[in-house]
Ligand binder design. Structure first.
Ligand SMILES: Nc1ncnc2c1ncn2[C@@H]1O[C@H](COP(=O)(O)OP(=O)(O)OP(=O)(O)O)[C@@H](O)[C@H]1O
Ligand SMILES: [Mg+2]
Length: 225
């Protein structure tokens, strides 16, 4: 199964979502998990991994594959789809051939968005792109919006408006949100997985949040089989 995490909006949480979901699913030792980093900035394959190699955390619980080329990504995804039970694809924050190819190879696309009008607009473009890519490939590619970086303490007007609009439009959305939590940022800074951070209340909350998202995603996958 291939799951692409995409949106043309920079900074909406694609790489963080990819890393969290791969980490959470890798807890199930019966599953083989890979991340394909298709973003030329290589947030996971280069930046995150280079921080990690300075550390002594032992082997990664998932495989990281790097491919940033339009001309090879379809082969890379076909191959990864054969070799691994679950493949997460992290994409650059632009609309383009790479994102369309990834979407057309995917069973599911996750579209992260912060609760803002601008992210909502970008998510709308991503939804259309995935629909078109699925049509072109004659394949049923499901899209799910994931609300990210919401503040656990404050419910803003913009948040309420964006959610009301989303739910009225009938698009699929994960009920679990990836809240704004410091540990989600620490994993990037430290090259660790969320389970490798020094345990405290805040880390445990972030773990619970990520696990909850994984459970909801697993339920959705099971329901669509
Ligand atoms: N839920 C969160 N809580 C706290 N910080 C977050 C969260 N999600 C993302 N961030 C931080 O916000 C920044 C952007 O996140 P991320 O790199 O995941 O976005 P992206 O969509 O992959 O961006 P790009 O389009 O540049 O690839 C990073 O510094 C990340 O650590
Ligand atoms: Mg990224």
């Amino acid at each position: 199964m291939i799951v692409s995490v995409l949106s043309p909006k920079g900074g909406c949480g694609k790489s963080t979502t990819t890393l969290m979901l791969a980490t959470v699913f890798a807890e199930n030792k019966d599953l083989s998990i890979a991340i394909v980093d298709a973003d030329p900035r290589q947030s996971l394959a280069r930046v995150w991994q280079s921080k990690r190699s300075e550390d002594t955390h032992g082997p990664l619980p998932f495989t990281v594959i790097s491919d940033t080329s339009d001309s090879t990504i379809l082969d890379t995804l076909d191959d990864a789809g054969e070799r691994f039970d679950l493949v997460f694809v992290d994409l650059e924050g632009v609309a383009g051939l790479m994102a369309s190819y990834a979407a057309s190879s995917s069973d599911m696309c996750i579209i992260p968005m912060r609760p803002s009008a601008l992210d909502g607009d970008a998510a709308g473009s991503a939804l259309k792109m995935v629909r078109d890519a699925g049509r072109a490939a004659r394949r049923d590619v499901k899209s799910y919006i994931l609300i990210t970086q919401t503040d656990a303490a404050i419910v803003t007007t913009s948040y309420k408006e964006v959610l009301a609009e989303l739910d009225a439009s009938g698009v699929n959305r994960f009920k679990t949100e990836l809240m704004r939590r410091a540990p989600f940022e620490r994993v990037m800074a430290e090259g660790r997985t969320i389970f490798e951070l020094q345990k405290n209340v805040s880390v445990q909350r972030a773990i619970n949040n990520a696990v909850q998202l994984g459970i909801e995603m697993a339920d959705v996958m099971e329901a669509s089989e």
